[in-house]
Write a protein that binds this ligand. Structure first.
Ligand code: ATP
Ligand code: MG
Length: 342
């Protein structure tokens, strides 16, 4: 079998399951913007089919999808240069997802920590969709033959599963059809932690609003949340080793570094020795300076809903041009009769 050369192509998605958090911005969106450019074709998706794996109020889902689209653009995604759309409008995701449900093994899925975290003690009452989520995520990526997937650290296990699914499909059918995707988990803030609990990641679905910074928070809310963020009583260290066993301190320093495009070492060289009482206002000012222009632009874009819908429709059309032939070829490989892709 010859090694297929795949076009360098980036795919990633964010769920319209609520507002955008600082974690989503630093771990995902800011890096989506960085990858936009000459080296890659970039495809970014509002994954509404993933969002409904937990209950979403219909009106809120529509609002959140449009707001997320506005967030992508406000953060710097150019809808001409990148392909920007919502997942449900490209049916090939769900169609390939079904094929992958028949490739992935129960044992693989049961090991997924996101499933265990989100289903909690009540697995019997979780949706079947929540369990199958990572298999649909593999389809999201592989329906474009994407080679690079920028995500936060929490998605690493799902990307390993995506690789396992691609390898098993290729082996089962004796083809070299799906690429073995590279995770791109980089930067100072690949895992932004909750402001209330340094052992939990910041999430848009966390019940406590004080646990996260939302992109739509105003300057007062940001300052208050950072002021109240859990910390320890010690001063900041001057080197990275000094952050060991200090998860809350590490988190705030990581956030500062990522927002300011600095390394953690550079930040500590500047702020080492400071008390949190001095560092927190610096962090709040920096966060406001970086986030306020994004949220202002988001509200401006949200005023023209028809334009957002037009952008999403155009994005879906462009996405389908890539996805439809890949689904068709998959069906042929599997042995399904017919030439349609729906
Ligand atoms: P939910 O709680 O509904 O799962 P979420 O905040 O985890 O929401 P997702 O839509 O699941 O957001 O993830 C979108 C992207 O943001 C993914 O690439 C994910 O890895 C990244 N991400 C999510 N939370 C963080 C975080 N705390 N730090 C860094 N990256 C994150
Ligand atoms: Mg998540």
């Amino acid at each position: 079998m010859t090694e297929t050369q795949f076009t360098p192509r980036v795919f990633s998605g964010i769920q319209p399951s609520g507002g955008l958090t600082l974690g989503n911005y630093l771990g995902a969106m800011k890096r989506f913007v960085d990858m936009q450019g000459a080296d890659f074709e970039t495809i970014y998706c509002m994954v509404d089919l993933h969002a409904i794996t937990t209950w979403q109020d219909p009106a809120a889902l529509s609002h959140n999808t449009r707001e997320l689209c506005a967030g992508f653009i406000a953060a710097g995604i150019d809808p001409e240069q990148s392909i920007l759309f919502n997942q449900s409008q490209v049916p090939e995701h769900a169609q390939l997802g079904w094929i992958f449900n028949c490739v992935a093994r129960m044992g693989w899925m049961q090991r997924m920590t996101q499933w265990k975290d989100k289903a909690g003690k009540n697995q019997q009452n979780a949706s079947l969709g929540l369990f199958a989520y990572p298999s649909l995520m593999a389809a999201d990526i592989l329906i474009y033959h994407a080679t690079h997937v920028p995500v936060g650290e929490d998605q690493k296990q799902h990307l390993e599963l995506t690789r396992d699914i691609a390898i098993k499909f290729n082996n089962d059918f004796g083809v070299d059809f799906f690429p073995v995707t590279e995770p791109v988990i980089e930067g100072a803030a690949t895992r932004v932690m909750s402001l209330r609990d340094g052992s939990k990641k910041m999430s848009k679905s966390d019940p406590s609003d004080m646990s996260r910074i939302n992109l739509t928070d105003d300057a007062d809310a940001i300052a208050k949340k950072i002021r109240k963020a859990k910390t320890d009583p010690d001063a900041l260290p001057s080197d990275v080793d000094g952050l060991e066993d200090r998860p809350e301190a590490r988190n705030l320093v990581n956030i500062y570094a990522a927002l300011n495009d600095q390394s953690v070492e550079q930040v500590l060289a500047e702020v080492g020795g400071k008390q949190f009482g001095d560092f927190k206002p610096m962090l709040a000012d920096l966060a406001v300076a970086k986030l306020a222009p994004i949220s202002t632009e988001m509200s401006r874009l949200m005023a023209d809903q028809a334009e957002i819908d037009r952008i999403l429709a155009r994005g879906a059309e462009r996405a389908r041009e890539i996805a439809a032939p890949i689904l068709q070829k998959t069906y042929e490989i599997v042995g399904m009769v017919g030439s349609g892709t729906r």
